[in-house]
Ligand binder design. Structure first.
Ligand code: SAH
Length: 487
């Protein structure tokens, strides 16, 4: 017989069981920080905890004083095990831990010895908790760190509302059993609940609507139909790590994705593989689709029952025309939700080391657009001239010279610090940090590619101390403000 790789697979040693400890006596031997963590886990599920230890750490001492736990202020004795249904040994004395383990095993009492898998009959998993939902990860003590790592990944994958979903399903189980007696059909029904619009309503904070839909589905004996809906999602300024958890989740479940020029390719890449991807343009020169056509396309896809993701750069409600797009949806009665994103001003400022506000330099921050209409820069100049504020200019590169000129003409000092941040938060980020008088010439000397953000105000000065993000082409021997990027 040939050896297969599977032959080397270790046997799965542990059977995960979930232990109802409410009101049950549990004993923790040891009174240090590790014991305190175990005590917390036990108390968390409603166990009655007795701690046997001559001394307690401050936290356990407090809990004993508050009557949250019972304290036996003495060394471990076998008598402590009486009435216990679960025992945890967490002392720093190996012999005591081994003795506790031996005695418990002799009594067939489940025992856990911290960090000594060979002395345990039960181990605790790393837990992701969405009560009543609970996910526990175990490596049977082989690599606790790996279990914790995996737990963190699961944390970010499971929306907080899963617990609410579980409770809703629990409440409607009797009704479902009555209305859909056939077990197979009933399973199919619940599958549609957890994959479909009811679930999504819960996740986006519209639990009542979700419950209504569930009740209707049960009352009318139909599974909830595939309902088209639209997710207006902010994709942030460029770095995929700046996506929100909700954005990522919706990106991975949408059937169709409509994105424009501002959305960085690595972000589009994170959308579901088999989703239909539609580039809807909006470059300055090349309008792939007009705004009206985009609105119509979204409506058409949603009407077909698709989950449509409208993916926008930055935040959809900041110079993103997000309001107009969902206005159409509201009029058409199509369900939608909006997911905020990190807006370019905020992302660029952070990655350039320029705080938008600062106790000493700027008490407010103004977001304006430098987009010109018929060559005219239509801005509220009085508002722009206010002292102690930062001005963040979106879409301002074309108007940079005019903008700086007008501010100076109105009395803003020539030496007011001003910066232009190109492709902020991406590996192509470049920062030109200068003054109101010199920035236009500085930018003109270099080839600046969109998108770029202009920041004006005293806070720009702080960059010399606070810059932290390593730009791709920054060499130690050259100033980050003058480096060239070869495309
Ligand atoms: N809704 C977007 C803004 C859309 S307007 C948001 O909230 O960020 C488009 C303008 O945003 C661009 O002209 C540019 O000024 C700015 N911008 C977007 N992404 C940027 C980036 N990564 N770096 C610099 N500026 C950016």
């Amino acid at each position: 017989m040939t050896e297969t790789p599977e032959a080397d697979q270790p046997m799965q040693r542990m059977l995960p069981l979930f232990f109802d400890l409410r009101g049950q006596s549990c004993v923790v031997v040891g009174g240090g920080g590790v014991a305190a963590r175990k005590v917390a886990s036990l108390l968390n599920v409603g166990a009655h905890v007795t701690v046997a230890a001559p001394r307690l750490c401050a936290q356990l001492e407090q809990q004993a004083a508050d009557g949250v736990l019972r304290h036996r202020r003495e060394n471990f004795r076998p008598a402590h095990l009486e009435e216990a249904v679960l025992v945890i040994a967490a002392t720093n004395d190996e012999q005591v831990n081994a003795e506790v383990s031996r005695l418990c095993r002799a009594r067939r009492l489940p025992v856990n010895v911290v960090d000594r898998p060979e002395l345990c009959s039960v181990t605790m998993g790393s837990i992701v908790s969405r009560p009543p939902l609970c996910v526990a990860v175990s490596t049977a003590g082989a690599a606790p760190l790996l279990a914790r790592h995996l737990r963190q990944r699961l944390e970010s994958m499971l929306p907080a509302a899963y617990g609410r979903l579980a409770m809703l399903m629990q409440r409607y189980r009797p009704m479902a059993r009555e209305r859909i007696p056939d077990a197979t059909l009933r399973r199919r029904f619940w599958e549609q609940v957890v994959e479909g619009p009811i679930c999504e309503l819960l996740f986006s904070g519209r639990g009542q609507e979700g419950e209504k839909l569930l009740r209707e589905a049960l009352e009318t004996d139909t599974t909830p139909p595939a309902r088209g809906e639209v997710y207006l999602v902010g994709g942030g300024p460029g770095d995929p790590d700046l996506l929100t958890l909700r954005a990522l989740r919706l990106m991975q479940q949408a059937d169709a994705v409509l994105y424009d020029r501002l959305v960085a390719p690595p972000i589009v890449e994170l959308c579901r593989r088999d989703a239909e991807r539609v580039y809807v343009g909006k470059g300055r020169e090349r309008h792939a689709l007009s705004q009206r056509e985009i609105n119509e396309l979204i409506v058409r896809l949603a009407r077909k029952g698709q989950r449509v993701l409208r993916l926008k750069g930055g935040d959809p409600f900041i110079f993103g025309r997000g309001g107009e797009e969902i206005d159409t949806l509201a009029q058409e009665g199509i369900s939608f939700q909006v997911v905020p994103g990190i807006t370019a001003a905020s992302g660029c400022a952070s990655y350039a080391g320029i705080p938008l506000t600062h106790r000493d330099y700027a008490h407010s921050c103004l977001f304006v657009t430098g987009h010109m209409k018929d060559g005219v820069l239509d801005l509220n100049w009085d508002a722009l001239m206010q002292p102690r504020q930062t001005i963040a200019v979106y879409m301002g590169v074309m108007a940079l010279e005019r903008l700086c000129g007008e501010l100076r003409r109105r009395g803003m000092p020539n030496e007011t610090p001003a910066a232009l941040i190109q492709q902020g938060t991406t590996r192509n980020q470049r920062v030109f940090s200068s003054t109101l008088a010199d920035l236009p010439a500085e930018v003109a000397r270099h080839e600046v590619s969109p998108p770029s953000m202009i920041l004006i105000g005293e806070v720009v000065r702080l960059r010399s101390r606070l810059a932290w993000f390593q730009e791709k082409n920054t060499r130690k021997d050259s100033q980050p403000t003058t480096t060239r990027t070869t495309p």
